[in-house]
Each structure stands twice: as structure tokens, then as C-alpha cells.
Design a protein around this ligand. Structure first.
Ligand code: BEZ
Ligand code: FE
Length: 294
């Protein structure tokens, strides 16, 4: 400190230095690194925007509301991470693009572990409303070899834009798990995905509104694919032509994940099933990265 009264900038820096020093003795080196970096960036942010006490209170209020609205069905902090792009940045850091591999995207809050098992070619809709959609492709490695027996979890919203878990009761629809066949092939029936808003009746929705941002996500179907010896793939397919592809509220769209949906009139589908009404089809290969590669 220079002189008896430190200047404003010196006093501010003294606070930061004291807090940094307080974490200096953290035994876990990774926790020490993360916390010291967090303090440096958080303090720099407060200094940069000249954070007022009223704004600090508003931030605490916002986080308090996020905590109160969060329960086992609603996770406002994940939503916050999603709309701030932190979720997709974390995907980008941890799942760098590997040539030829299917790209990863945001996980979202609507995965349910232990969804119903369905046979190859079965129907995951199980009552979810929408236009029938046949989804098929091959699970394979970046070296081109088919991956038999891969576990493929799929989940999606219905045509009204709601996941089963957003309805009251313990409804299970629009989700399922299957295994790829001997040549890595997978196929199932579902419904054509529809665009929908992320939950926006809480503080995150208020933030989007204040920023003039919309809550919509383009129509998509979620995949989680696991196979021994391969990195787990968490991704979506998006429906080509969706009006929200350029403004996904959670920044999850990647060009390689956008798929044309074919539209067919009522009739017999290639799997021999008789479709009484118009139906659709999407084809997408799921290419996994071997452990230790890329
Ligand atoms: C979803 O796609 O399910 C989702 C992702 C991020 C936030 C909300 C929903
Ligand atoms: Fe989704």
C-alpha cells in the first residue's frame, strides 16, 4: 500500500489478493486452481461493470428464486448454464470435434435413466402425440467398423412441445432404449420432433425476456449412445427447415446434426408396417470415437 490511505483501485485489489491468499492452502490442487481462477475472474467482472450494491442484491435474489423453483423435476441452474452458453462451452472443451465422428451437443434436463427397453424397430412414442416418424441409421466407429450391441437411449418432446416428465403423474412416453443390431443398425418409430420452449416461467425465463431473447429450441430428438471401448456420445438430431435453427435458446445446433425429414402419405412403410396416416422418416448414422483416440 502507498501512503496511509490506499486509493480505490488499491483497496479493491487488496480484497482480491486477500481472498486469493485464503484459498492458497487448499489441499486439492485442482480445487485450488479452480477457486483461485474463479475469484480472479469474478472480481475482475465486478470491477469491470462497477457492480452496484442493488445489482448484487438482484443477483442474490435471482439465485434464490432459481433455488426455490428447483426440484427433482425442474433444474433451474442447468437452464441458467444452458442459456449462458456454459453448457455448450463445457461440451466444446471436453468433446472436441474428431474427424468423421458425430458431434456432441447439450444433454438437457429431460433424460431419464432406465427408460423402457424397446426391440429394434419398436415404438418409443408409447402414447406421445405427433406424426409418426421412423428413425434409423447405423452405429459405427470412426474407422468405419459397425458397432453391434451399442446401447442407444432416445428421448423427445411430443408435438405439443412437452416431455413426459413435464406432465403430472408418472407418465412415460417419447423415450426408450434399444441396442444396435449385428451390423450396427438401429431403427425405431417415434413422433416427428416439434420445436418447444425451454421452461421459461421462472427466473431464467425472466432473464431471457429482459434480454429480448426467445425461449425456443428447434425441433430435435436426443440420443445417448454407449458401447464398450468407445466414448459416450450425447447428441441430438435437428429437423432441417426448423425456423429456430438459427436461434436455439441453448446454442446446441451444429450443422452436422441437421437432418431432412422425409414426408410420406399413408401406406406401407419399408418395415412392412401399415401406416394409417401420413408418416415421416429420418436417417442418421451415429459415429463413435474409440477410447483413447482424438
Ligand atoms: C432439451 O433439449 O431438452 C433442453 C436443453 C436445455 C434446456 C432445456 C431443455
Ligand atoms: Fe430437448
Amino acid at each position: 500500500m502507498n501512503g496511509e490511505h490506499a486509493g480505490g483501485a488499491d483497496r479493491e485489489q487488496a480484497v482480491t489478493d486477500e481472498v486469493l491468499a485464503s484459498f492458497g492452502g487448499t489441499v486439492d490442487p485442482r480445487l485450488r486452481e479452480v477457486m483461485r481462477s474463479l475469484v480472479r475472474h469474478l472480481h475482475a467482472f465486478a470491477r469491470e461493470v462497477r457492480l452496484s450494491e442493488r445489482e448484487w442484491e438482484a443477483a442474490i435474489e435471482f439465485l434464490t428464486r432459481a433455488g426455490h423453483i428447483t426440484d427433482e423435476r425442474r433444474q433451474e441452474f442447468i437452464l441458467l448454464s444452458d442459456v449462458l452458453g456454459l453448457s455448450m462451452l463445457t461440451v466444446a472443451i471436453n468433446e472436441p470435434a474428431v474427424p468423421g465422428a458425430t458431434e456432441a451437443t447439450v444433454f438437457g434436463p429431460f433424460f431419464v435413466d432406465g427408460a423402457p427397453e424397446i426391440p429394434l424397430g419398436g415404438d418409443i412414442a408409447r402414447g406421445a402425440a405427433g406424426t409418426p416418424c421412423h428413425v434409423s441409421g447405423q452405429v459405427r466407429s470412426t474407422d468405419g467398423s459397425p458397432i453391434a450391441g451399442a446401447r442407444v437411449d432416445v428421448w423427445e418432446a411430443d408435438e405439443d412441445g412437452f416431455y413426459d416428465v413435464q406432465y403430472s403423474g408418472d407418465r412415460s412416453a417419447g423415450r426408450g432404449r434399444l441396442r444396435s443390431g449385428a451390423d450396427g443398425e438401429y431403427r425405431f418409430w417415434s413422433v416427428l420432433p416439434a420445436p418447444y420452449p425451454i421452461p421459461h416461467d421462472g427466473p431464467v425465463g425472466d432473464l431471457l425476456a429482459a434480454a429480448g431473447r426467445g425461449p425456443m429450441r428447434p425441433a430435435h430428438l436426443h440420443f445417448k449412445v454407449t458401447a464398450p471401448g468407445y466414448r459416450t456420445l450425447i447428441t441430438h438430431i435437428f429437423v432441417a427447415g426448423d425456423p429456430y435453427l438459427g436461434c436455439d435458446a441453448v446454442f446446441g445446433v451444429k450443422d452436422g446434426l441437421v437432418v431432412e425429414a422425409e414426408h410420406h402419405p399413408a401406406g406401407t412403410a419399408p418395415d412392412g408396417s401399415r401406416q394409417a396416416a401420413a408418416w415421416t422418416a429420418m436417417t442418421f448414422d451415429l459415429v463413435l470415437v474409440p477410447d483413447g483416440a482424438g
